[in-house]
Design a protein around this ligand. Structure first.
Ligand SMILES: C[C@@](CO)(OP(=O)(O)O)[C@H](O)COP(=O)(O)OP(=O)(O)OC[C@H]1O[C@@H](n2ccc(N)nc2=O)[C@H](O)[C@@H]1O
Ligand SMILES: Nc1ncnc2c1ncn2[C@@H]1O[C@H](COP(=O)(O)OP(=O)(O)O)[C@@H](O)[C@H]1O
Length: 283
């Protein structure tokens, strides 16, 4: 038996770093939403009690280091399952991009194994399990639009943003989330106005959303990789309504209300950056 799970990427509509915990992680407050750029996960039962993983990617390990593999191992261990699974990953989300691709894959494996093995584990429990492997996995278990608190594992669902188009531009660099958090200086860091972003979502006001989006980590990644700031400026001047870096970067996204304008921004930004996508919000 085989089944498929979609693993959509996320963008951060706001990301605020509040404090540093004793274990070294940071308390954050971030609003995330899923976008129509997805990996595709196929899960099939196999005879032996093993986890097999197949994917073709220059940037992602296809062994026990893969987050999807680790999610399956954790699921089997937690629920005492002696069955095997073959995980095939079609990788479409750029890697180390701030789009949560590894977390999306791990979350899809948790949801998928729940179905494959006929368990009835609530999403809340899967999300708590996922948080043992990474900060963004809890959000990805639920998808849609939510605010994440704690180190990212406390999820509260929000209403979806107003419909719009998303132009994504990923400079040709990968960013390590750990490296960016290590450079956080809490005395001087920028704080976005998260409450105004939430209000904009409930008022379905794209202009208010764009005016208030903000990311505490953007200046840090931007100082290490000036292309992030250049792409941001270019996307703004080409006409995106709101522009921000997602997560720890380096992907910059622009929100645009109409398809024609979005296509203009998409075509324009291709002159500055090789890896560009035009997608819709699905959160
Ligand atoms: C910053 C965010 C925003 O969505 O996204 P990305 O840029 O990675 O997509 C995430 O919170 C990232 O989540 P994730 O990519 O799962 O990070 P993890 O593997 O859990 O953490 C990697 C490292 O980042 C640092 N880290 C992460 C989360 C957090 N709240 N505080 C931290 O200090 C820690 O050094 C940790 O070891
Ligand atoms: N299934 C997976 N997909 C993507 N990256 C993975 C996966 N498993 C492990 N990784 C590793 O996780 C790291 C972060 O990748 P990714 O989740 O794409 O980035 P980000 O945290 O910036 O959104 C990379 O070093 C990558 O090799």
């Amino acid at each position: 038996m085989a089944l498929f799970e979609k693993a959509p990427a996320k963008i951060n509509l706001s990301l605020d770093v509040l404090s540093k915990r004793e274990d070294g992680l940071h308390n954050v407050e971030m609003i995330m939403t899923t976008i129509d750029l997805s990996d595709r996960i196929e899960l099939s039962s196999i005879g032996q009690d093993t986890i097999k993983i197949s994917l073709e990617s220059r940037y992602v390990p296809n062994d026990e280091r893969n987050l999807a593999y680790r999610a399956a191992a954790l699921f089997k261990r937690t629920y005492g399952i002696n069955k095997g699974v073959h995980i095939k990953i079609e990788k479409n989300i750029p890697v180390s991009a701030g789009l949560g691709g590894g977390s999306a894959d791990a979350a899809a494996v948790l949801r998928g194994l729940n179905r494959l093995w006929g368990m009835d584990i609530p999403l809340q429990e899967l999300a708590a399990l996922g948080s043992k492997l990474g900060a963004d996995i809890s959000f990805c278990v639920y998808g849609n639009t939510a605010i994440a608190r704690g180190f990212g594992e406390k999820i509260e669902t929000l209403t979806s943003p107003p419909p719009c188009w998303v132009v994504l531009a990923k400079p040709d660099i990968g960013v390590s989330t750990r490296t960016i958090f290590e450079r956080v200086s809490l005395d001087t860091i920028y704080h976005p106005n998260t409450n105004e972003v939430i209000k904009a979502l409930y008022e379905k006001d794209l202009y208010k959303l764009c005016a208030n989006m903000g990311n505490s980590l953007e200046a840090i990644t931007g100082s290490l990789h000036p292309e992030v700031i250049q792409i941001k400026q270019a996307m703004k001047s080409i006409g995106a309504t709101g522009v921000m870096m997602s997560g720890s970067g380096p992907t910059v996204f622009g929100l645009v209300e109409h398809e024609n304008k979005a296509k203009r921004v998409y075509n324009g930004i291709r002159g500055f950056c090789d890896e560009v996508y035009l997608v819709r919000l699905i959160g």
